[in-house]
Design a protein. Structure first.
Length: 123
């Protein structure tokens, strides 16, 4: 009879403990893990991401922007300046040189003609 009571008691305790422990552990572990993981991950990720992103972005942006801007600006400025300067200089020089040379040459041609006219009257 005592063996039977022990057997029932052991079965009851094993079932009770298994159910209790499974429920308790599932609730406890879910709460504990959710709180722990949320705190740990938030702290870890905030620190890691802030450090990583600050280093990565500073290096990446400094290298990328320096290379990109130097290439872009050199190409853009060379093309822009060559086109702009060629157009500007061709227009400016054609207008300026035509006006300047016409005035300059007209003075010398007039002086030459005047000198020839005086020489002719002297003869």
């Amino acid at each position: 009879m005592i063996d039977l009571v022990y057997t029932y008691l052991s079965i009851y305790l094993s079932i009770y403990l298994s159910i209790y422990l499974s429920i308790y552990l599932s609730i406890y572990l879910s709460i504990y893990l959710s709180i722990y993981l949320s705190i740990y991950l938030s702290i870890y990720l905030s620190i890691y991401l802030s450090i990583y992103l600050s280093i990565y972005l500073s290096i990446y942006l400094s290298i990328y922007l320096s290379i990109y801007l130097s290439i872009y600006l050199s190409i853009y400025l060379s093309i822009y300046l060559s086109i702009y300067l060629s157009i500007y200089l061709s227009i400016y020089l054609s207008i300026y040189l035509s006006i300047y040379l016409s005035i300059y040459l007209s003075k010398y041609v007039f002086a030459l003609l005047f000198t020839l006219f005086e020489l002719r009257h002297q003869i």
